[in-house]
Design a binder for this molecule. Structure first.
Ligand SMILES: *Cc1c(COP(=O)(O)O)cnc(C)c1O
Length: 514
């Protein structure tokens, strides 16, 4: 594998006076730097590497080769739905018509508004809810937006005592975090030994101070929460609303709908379920949907399609004004701010490029193929689970949905928790890197000591799954024969094993020249 250029960092390649550019001669003769004022001038020399152009190109190209992504290898990161990002989507979102300024008046952005409207309507149909906003930037941002909708709903009814939200102990960390940011107090509800929410433990928590309950389905163990209708009834009876964390919507696509189960508000991660890129802090999108009666609280701005009656009603002068001068098409889509809405939670209409990609994905699959994505993701997860249970501990032995959790290696492969020298999930994850696979999610959910959470998604071929299974078995055999090999892994990556504690406590984000 290529490391940095000849194993050196760019600062080490630097030679004083070497340049990789030539600038045109300054055209502003007689203009003195002192005219800029002291404030605008650097007081100290910059410390930048001095290199020729080819050295810089090789440096960055070799650095980029050290990256791991869905396009370079299998990425079974549980809870993240690292499915393939079709390249067609990338092409479509770059169509020149979409290259418009965010402040373009609605009458000149009819195509983009139509796309927004169609995505919000399609998501509403998939979710079984009334209306969506596509404005939030990510899943966690969607959670916050959705919880703000719930809070707004209670406040609008003069019910200000509902300051608590119920969150299961298996919840993704963003759930309690979003609730806290929203100013809600978190009440935890326990799970049963089978991994689903304990309804009996929930009952005593319900009361007039409960704003609602957050649930993920399938939950973070990849298990379908079968008691949702009963839970929804109990929460509604006490006056609360049901929030659905839709990050795990993938396996339910086209098969069942959160709205039909009794959820009132939810978010979707376009960068998970709908194949848009994610990771590395890049742009995501967390559309939020609500059931009928809550639409008015969604954030501004809102996109609406005018009915033909509304279009007819526009008087002559107004409709003339609304005619898009370049296409002579009448305006059908409006962008407006509603009084009861939350206000803005993002700039304009969110990460619009991501919404275009999701639209392309929806159209390429079509209504008839969308359910296939969910079903195949479930099949793939169960295939891996059943193939590896001989080597890894399966704490919850049931049919899973799109992902599942192992609790480390089985005892006979060195995974005995009681032995202080046991081979850990971290060791297995690090060894996987040597074989060119991204590690699964580890030590989440927190319900087990050695959690190893695997989500293959539907976009992987059987050959890739078989390769992964073979490698996971081989690692188990290695753990038995030579535990040290795993304890010192990875051996073949550009960077060896990190000091996890130091990486958190003393992160170094910049290279400092000596
Ligand atoms: C990914 C995820 C989130 C958070 O989504 P982001 O887009 O990463 O903010 C929330 N809940 C679950 C279950 C998730 O898997």
């Amino acid at each position: 594998m290529n490391r940095t250029y000849y194993g050196k960092l760019i600062f080490e390649l630097s030679k004083p006076g070497r340049v990789g550019y030539s600038l045109p001669r300054c055209e502003f003769e007689g203009y003195s730097l002192s005219q800029l004022g002291a404030m605008s001038l650097r007081q100290t020399e910059t410390v930048l590497p001095e290199c020729d152009e080819l050295t810089v190109v090789r440096h960055y190209t070799n650095m980029s080769n050290n990256n791991f992504g869905v396009d370079t290898g299998f990425y079974p990161l549980g809870s993240c739905t690292m499915k393939y990002n079709p390249k067609l989507n990338e092409e479509l979102c770059q169509l020149p018509g979409f290259n418009i300024h965010p402040m373009t008046p609605a009458k000149y952005a009819q195509g983009s508004l139509k796309l927004y409207d169609e995505v919000q309507k399609t998501l509403a149909e998939i979710a079984g809810l009334s209306r969506f906003t596509l404005n939030p930037y990510a899943g966690a941002h969607g959670e916050l937006t959705g919880l703000m909708v719930i809070r707004q709903y209670h406040i609008s009814r003069g019910d200000t005592a509902r300051t608590k939200i119920i969150v299961p102990d298996s919840a993704h960390g963003t759930n309690p975090a979003s609730a806290a940011v929203c100013g809600l107090q978190i009440v935890e509800v326990k799970s049963l030994a089978d991994g689903t929410v304990d309804v009996e433990a929930l009952k005593p928590l319900l009361g007039p101070d409960i704003a609602g309950m957050m649930m993920t389905n399938p939950n973070t163990l990849g298990l379908f929460e079968t008691k949702i209708p009963e839970i929804a009834r109990l929460v509604h009876e006490c006056g609360g609303l049901m929030y659905y964390d839709g990050a795990n919507l993938n396996p339910m696509l086209g098969v069942c709908r959160p709205g039909d189960m009794g959820f009132d508000v939810m978010h979707i991660n376009l960068h998970k379920t709908f194949s848009t890129p994610h990771g590395g802090g890049g742009p995501g999108s967390g559309p939020v949907g609500v059931r009928k009666g809550l639409e008015q609280f969604l954030p501004n701005p809102q996109v609406d399609k005018l009915t033909s009656k509304q279009v007819d009603k526009l008087d002559g002068e107004q409709s003339k004004k609304l005619v898009n001068s370049s296409t002579c098409q009448l305006v059908n889509y409006t962008l407006s701010c509603k009084e009861e809405a939350l206000g803005y939670i993002s700039f304009f209409l969110g990460n619009f490029g991501i919404i275009i990609r999701a639209y392309a994905y929806l159209l390429s699959l079509g209504k008839e193929n969308i359910p296939l994505a969910g079903k195949l993701s479930v099949l793939n997860a169960n295939y891996i689970k059943e193939s590896l249970r001989s080597h890894y501990k399966l704490p919850i032995d049931t049919v899973c949905k799109h992902e599942f959790v192992f609790d480390g290696l089985r005892e006979e492969y060195g995974g005995d928790h009681h032995d202080p020298a046991h081979v850990t999930t971290l060791d297995v994850a690090k060894r996987l890197l040597d074989y060119g696979f991204h590690a699964p999610t580890i030590y989440f959910p927190l319900l087990f000591h050695e959690a190893l959470m695997i989500e293959p998604t539907e976009t992987e071929s059987k050959d890739t799954l078989d390769d992964f299974i073979a490698v996971m078995k081989r690692i188990a055999e290695e753990a038995k024969a030579d535990p040290q090999l795993l304890k010192t892994a990875p051996h073949d990556t550009p960077v060896r094993r990190m000091d996890d504690v130091k990486a958190v406590k003393e992160p170094k984000f910049t290279f400092k020249a000596l």
